[in-house]
Write a protein that binds this ligand. Structure first.
Ligand SMILES: CC(C)(COP(=O)(O)OP(=O)(O)OC[C@H]1O[C@@H](n2cnc3c(N)ncnc32)[C@H](O)[C@@H]1OP(=O)(O)O)[C@@H](O)C(=O)NCCC(=O)NCCS
Length: 432
């Protein structure tokens, strides 16, 4: 497909990652280079490119790029825009829903703010809806880009600095017959995989991890493009000897002191998470640990002095976009039995409409209103990005009502809150 913008003709190409022809290989390298440039990473080495390609093929990822037509002076193999996606399961709290994961959205500075990203995104959301995906997810480099496409912030993380000096003391030591064991990254992989699978099964908001996690957790540094010899791993085993968590970290020297950089900390249970934070605090010669993690709980509440954990930021993490209201809502949990009508506004059309929600025994039955019912006053009204924000329970209905994002009578809003709110806070430990 090709189209015209103010800067000339452009070709949109979906790459065939199994095509070994010279032209496609050059485009693949160019595509990765464009992404690396946009996210300020180093030019990919040949070895790095092969590792990356192996992972993308395994994922059956779809990579799309926009190239200037080759007759333009200096037009090359590096595209002016990139867009990628693959499908993985999201734990909604009631089921495992296959969702579209959108990634590597970039536009070259030479072509920015001319509608390229809007075009790639809107066409892709149409495609995902046609393919039957009920939900799309992404993570954002900036907070103000994606609401206009119907995405709402559904999970957050916490960026923390923890004082691991003698001030770090648990109110009660973790004592559940589990063990923390130091392992080497390669041999430790199977235990990490098992622990992550258990975490994913048990955790609302968790996304299945793409294949690059295995490469990384086995010790390959995707940013530095080489073996990461500073990376350390400890696995936590439950009382039956089964892996129920792990922590991955590196110690860095900062201003003549050591700092533990926690890169990944997964615990299936609160006890496993506490035990792993205690392990981090016990690493000698370092009095500080830093992490960006969804898995901080229940640490501050378990400490003698909760101030040893300083939350520096609470960044948004997973943004949810509902594409099919009946299918998406049927996949998540419900917490009170009732019947309500909902009006969802979606400028892109996918989720737009009136819906009747009937909840019973934790499940919902959603019926799109017929034409004759479409004029009937709805009980609750909201935009599709607000539906995405509340989808996983990370933000509760009353907070969104206070922010002016849901409207209806007080009674209807309270009834909707009773239906929609409940269950655990979502935690996602997958970055993409
Ligand atoms: C973010 C990026 C993809 C935008 O691409 P683009 O082609 O310039 O975007 P478009 O021209 O299609 O803009 C689409 C809409 O998003 C808005 N927008 C684009 N970039 C924005 C930004 N950084 N902040 C806020 N709004 C932005 C535009 O104003 C436009 O709004 P409108 O259509 O409602 O008027 C591009 O700047 C980029 O590659 N940045 C570096 C990499 C990056 O951050 N990628 C996002 C990863 S999640």
């Amino acid at each position: 497909m090709s189209f015209h913008t103010g800067t000339g003709h452009l070709d949109v190409v979906t790459l065939d990652l199994h095509d070994e022809s010279e032209d496609t290989r050059a485009r693949v390298r160019g595509w990765v280079e464009a992404v690396h440039r946009s996210f300020h990473e180093q030019t990919p080495s040949d070895e790095h490119l092969e590792k990356w390609l192996t992972v993308q093929r395994g994922e059956e990822a779809v990579l799309r790029g926009v190239w200037e037509q080759p007759d333009l002076p200096l037009a090359g193999a590096i595209p002016v825009a990139t867009f990628g996606y693959f499908d993985k399961h999201l734990n909604t709290g009631a089921s495992m829903l296959l969702v579209r994961m959108i990634t590597d959205v970039t536009v070259s500075p030479t072509h920015r703010r001319r509608g390229l990203m809007r075009r790639l995104m809107t066409e892709h959301l149409d495609e995902a809806a046609r393919e039957g995906l009920a939900v799309a997810v992404l993570t954002a480099s900036e907070g103000s880009i994606y609401q206009r496409f119907g995405f709402g912030v559904a999970t957050t993380e916490q960026s923390v600095r923890i004082d691991t000096s003698a001030k770090f003391r648990m109110r009660r030591p973790v004592d559940d017959d589990g063990r923390v064991v130091l392992v080497e990254p390669g041999p430790g992989w199977e235990s990490m995989r098992t622990a992550y699978e258990r975490f994913h099964e048990a955790t609302r908001g968790s996304l299945e991890r793409p294949g690059y996690y295995e490469t990384w957790l086995r010790g390959y540094d995707w940013e530095e493009q080489g073996e990461d010899r500073a990376q350390r791993v400890a696995v936590r085993l439950d009382a039956d000897g089964r892996p129920d968590g792990f922590v991955v970290w590196a110690v860095k020297e900062v201003d003549d002191a050591y700092e533990v950089r926690v890169r990944d900390l997964i615990g299936v249970t609160p006890q496993a998470r506490l035990a792993l934070w205690q392990f981090v605090a016990d690493i000698d010669l370092a009095d500080v640990a830093v992490a960006t993690t969804p898995n901080l709980d229940p640490l501050p509440l378990a400490l003698v002095d909760h101030r040893v954990v300083r939350v520096r930021q609470r960044p948004d993490h997973v943004w949810v976009r509902v594409l099919d209201v009946p299918a998406a809502l049927a996949a998540r949990p419900w917490f009170a039995d009732d019947v309500l009508t909902l009006r969802v506004h979606d400028p892109l059309g996918h989720a737009d409409g009136h819906f009747t929600l009937g909840t019973a025994d934790g499940r919902v039955h959603v019926t799109p209103a017929g034409e004759s019912e479409a004029d009937v006053e709805p009980d609750v009204e909201l935009d599709v990005e607000t539906l995405g924000a509340l989808y996983l329970g990370g933000v509760r209905v009353p907070s969104l009502v206070d922010a002016g994002r849901l409207t209806g009578s007080t009674d209807s809003l309270e009834r909707f809150a009773a239906m929609a709110d409940g269950g655990p806070t979502p935690r996602c430990a997958t970055h993409f």
